[in-house]
Design a protein around this ligand. Structure first.
Ligand code: GDD
Ligand code: MG
Length: 349
């Protein structure tokens, strides 16, 4: 399927995911101990899309170092860094490989188990210029709302609808951040200028009367991982088996004391040390995490090389890498700590 190439929009600053994105750009935050984009690249490969260009702007070198040439994800990955952020469609235009006819465009922060091959099939049978994947949500105000006719033709696109307008909307279907676009759409985007799919190009496609179709993801998993609560929830969903993609088993070696308790749902990275009477429940620990005696980690994500001192408990939280949680501290639900955080002994958050 060499006429299809992908562009992944991965240049945003990830401000809503701070402090996790201060040293780690959003496209490579660890997800089940893998760089997040691994899941998108494998999704493309599964649909026979073998080439992807990552469109970067924020901390591009870290992303390139983490993903490399993409061979371990069965995709050929190239990189293009904008001189300055060009917006979603401007970035796509800047990164698009001129040789392709059809493009898959992905927002770099969505986790889904969609079968992309089916979307490509529908795109071809309907001879669409553009196909946009939709998903139904309860609250569309954080997303781009899309109204369609009964045949799935797109009629209206409203980015981040205001709460007071929601009751007047015809549906709760939003833009899932997955587009299939033909060259006819690429040609609408000015080269080297800032522009956005959501505010400029989708309205332009409608105005020009191009064949703009939708594909409703009705039975699948979908999530934008762009804020800490959602990032944590994505891990909980993986651990509960709610996402239909393989997370690829880590063959990690850890040192778990016989008197410690680690449940089968949890995922531990290479070289974790779990001391006697410590407990890990429903959590993901990155490589080299240390839990001292009687420490507890529950429903949480702990990044690499963090140390949780004796008797401390972390629940429902995300802790960045190389942090220290002091003795007998209690890190309670919804806490998000950046890298190298130091929590003094006996603290309560
Ligand atoms: N290269 C590049 N340059 N990438 C960018 C730029 C840019 O100037 N601006 C944003 N991106 C990337 C981000 O890194 C992210 O992966 C993607 O484009 C979308 O940007 P977000 O900032 O995450 O947008 P959003 O979540 O508020 O809304 C978008 O996604 C929703 C679905 O999650 C919109 O497309 C909504 O319509 C959509 O519903
Ligand atoms: Mg987003």
């Amino acid at each position: 399927m060499c006429d299809v190439s992908a562009v992944i929009l991965a240049g945003g600053k990830g401000t809503r995911l701070r402090p996790l994105t201060v040293f780690t750009p959003k496209p490579i935050v660890p997800m089940m101990n893998r760089p997040f984009l691994a899941f998108q690249l494998e999704m493309l490969a599964a649909a026979g899309v073998e080439k992807a260009v990552l469109s970067l702007s924020y901390q591009p070198n870290k992303i390139e170092d983490a993903i490399g040439d993409g061979s371990q994800y069965k995709t050929k990955v190239g990189y293009i860094t904008e001189p300055n952020p060009l917006g979603t469609s401007g970035a796509f235009r800047y990164a698009a490989d001129a040789a392709s006819q059809t493009y898959v465009v992905l927002n770099g922060d969505i986790l889904t188990d969609i079968d992309l091959a089916k979307v490509l099939d529908q795109h071809r049978t309907t001879k669409a210029d553009a196909t946009i994947v939709l998903v139904e949500v309860e609250d569309p105000t954080r997303y781009g709302l899309v109204e369609t006719d009964t045949d799935g033709r797109v009629e209206r696109f409203i980015e981040k609808p205001k709460a007071e307008d929601v009751p007047k909307l015809r549906s709760r279907n939003i833009n899932a951040g997955i587009y299939i676009l033909e060259r006819s759409v690429l040609d609408l985007i000015p080269h080297g200028e800032h522009s956005s799919f959501e505010f400029n190009i989708f309205p332009a496609i409608l105005e020009k009367g191009l064949n703009f179709r939708s594909y409703l993801l009705s039975n699948g998993y979908w999530r934008d991982i762009g804020n800490p609560a959602s990032y944590l929830q994505a891990h909980m969903d993986f651990l509960a088996g709610r996402i239909g993609v393989s997370q690829r088993e880590n063959s990690a070696h850890s040192e778990i004391a016989t008197a410690a308790s680690v449940d089968s749902a949890s995922l531990l990275g290479e070289g974790c040390v779990i001391k006697p009477h410590a407990t890990v429940r429903n959590s993901v620990l990155g490589p080299g995490v240390l839990l001292e005696e009687k420490a507890v980690v529950e429903d949480s994500v702990i990044w690499s090389h963090t140390r949780i001192a004796a008797g401390a408990a972390v629940r429902g939280s995300v802790v960045g890498r190389s942090s220290f949680i002091g003795r007998s501290s209690s890190i309670t639900e919804g806490t998000v700590l950046g890298d190298k955080a130091t929590i003094p002994d006996y603290s309560v958050t």
